[in-house]
Design a protein around this ligand. Structure first.
Ligand SMILES: NC(=O)c1ccc[n+]([C@@H]2O[C@H](COP(=O)([O-])OP(=O)(O)OC[C@H]3O[C@@H](n4cnc5c(N)ncnc54)[C@H](OP(=O)(O)O)[C@@H]3O)[C@@H](O)[C@H]2O)c1
Length: 314
């Protein structure tokens, strides 16, 4: 099969690999589309260096194929699989979706939402799941601020917070203002012109790396600041050390910093399926690249040109 092959960090090429064989609890997918997010860039480059020490491979990447978000068709069932049958259309995450075939554990798959294309479904799992988990507990009428609203996680953050009945304020750069409005934000700040104002019950921080002190000033008493991530944290920990400090800092304030480690699970993806089928969430797919240009797709996201989500179609 054709696949993007990555033997060491910082270098990947289009090549040929054997079709993988599904093991216990796994299925073989014919990949139709693979989502691209900042995580793919982290695993392609091995940066920040911390990613090498949290299970993805110290000397080189454990998975020879990059890509995690996936949408495709089940072509073979591994031992013990009862959840899916050959021919089912599914979406979720796996190791190595930048390929014509990939093996995925059923614990990370759900049925593809009806009405979504494979490209739209592949844009959903990681970014949508992260936004969903970051917004848990939001009540109707609460004020939610989404930083990085024109990016992958943020574009879902705006839609899911609206679906929960919140008043949503989006923050993004000029090129992404129109998208944020179209996604349903009640108010949009273009931070290149003037930064946001106001106070919020929950801040979903998906970009910008603003200081905690500034975020706390913008949070109501007993409000939450959900730390999703930013690309401003340096090449060693990528800002993870700041997230680690959150429990200690929380001792001194009622405005809680909540570090988010989103889980990739079938039940989360199934919730996203329901939201997508109800029309409350629609993946904002910006550009679709062919497999031969998968690395260009990653660069498109890394260079912040992606407005919403970027996808590789196979
Ligand atoms: N904790 C977790 O479990 C988890 C899960 C998924 C992703 N992440 C991390 O979360 C971050 C966001 O992921 P993503 O996939 O959404 O990335 P993305 O698609 O690149 O979106 C990030 C957005 O932040 C915007 N941004 C940059 N500076 C900003 C500022 N000062 N104010 C407001 N917005 C700003 C960027 O574009 P503009 O500046 O052009 O507006 C971009 O649209 C990444 O660092 C990723 O690694 C964490």
């Amino acid at each position: 099969m054709k696949a993007v092959v990555q033997r060491r960090y910082g270098s990947a090429v289009l090549g040929d690999l054997d079709v993988p064989v599904p093991g216990n609890g796994e299925v073989l997918l014919e990949v139709r589309a693979a989502g691209v997010d900042m995580g793919v860039w982290h695993l392609l480059t091995g940066k920040p260096y911390l990613v090498r020490f949290i299970g993805f491979g110290v000397r080189g990447p454990k998975s020879p194929v990059p890509g995690r978000d996936v949408a495709g068709v089940v072509r073979e069932i591994g031992p013990g699989v009862t959840e899916f049958a050959v021919g089912d259309e599914v979406f979720g995450t796996c190791e190595g979706s930048f390929a014509e075939h990939a093996v995925a554990p059923v614990t990370r798959l759900a049925r593809k939402p009806q009405g979504l294309s494979f490209s739209e479904a592949a844009a959903l799992p990681i970014s949508g799941g992260t936004a969903l988990q970051g917004l848990r507990g939001v009540q109707p009428g609460q004020r939610v601020l989404v930083l990085g609203a024109g990016g992958g996680v943020g574009s879902y953050g705006v839609q899911i917070a609206k679906a929960m009945g919140a008043h949503v304020t989006a923050v993004c750069s000029t090129r992404k203002v129109e998208l944020a409005r179209n996604l349903g934000a009640d108010e949009v700040f273009d931070y290149t012109v003037a930064d946001f104002t106001g106070t919020y019950d929950l801040i979903l921080d998906c970009g910008g790396g603003r200081p905690f002190s500034l975020l706390r000033k913008a949070t109501n008493d007993r409000g939450r600041i959900v730390l999703v991530g930013a690309e401003t944290g340096g090449t060693i920990t990528g800002g993870f050390h700041k997230m680690m400090a959150a429990p200690l800092l929380n001792l001194f304030s009622s405005r809680k910093l909540v570090p988010l480690m989103s889980a990739e699970r079938a039940d989360v993806f199934d919730e996203l399926r329901v939201l997508a089928e109800s029309g409350k969430v629609k993946p904002a797919v910006d550009k679709v690249f062919p497999l031969s240009e998968a690395l260009k797709a990653v660069d498109h996201v890394y260079s912040r040109r992606s407005v919403g989500k970027t996808v590789v179609a196979i």
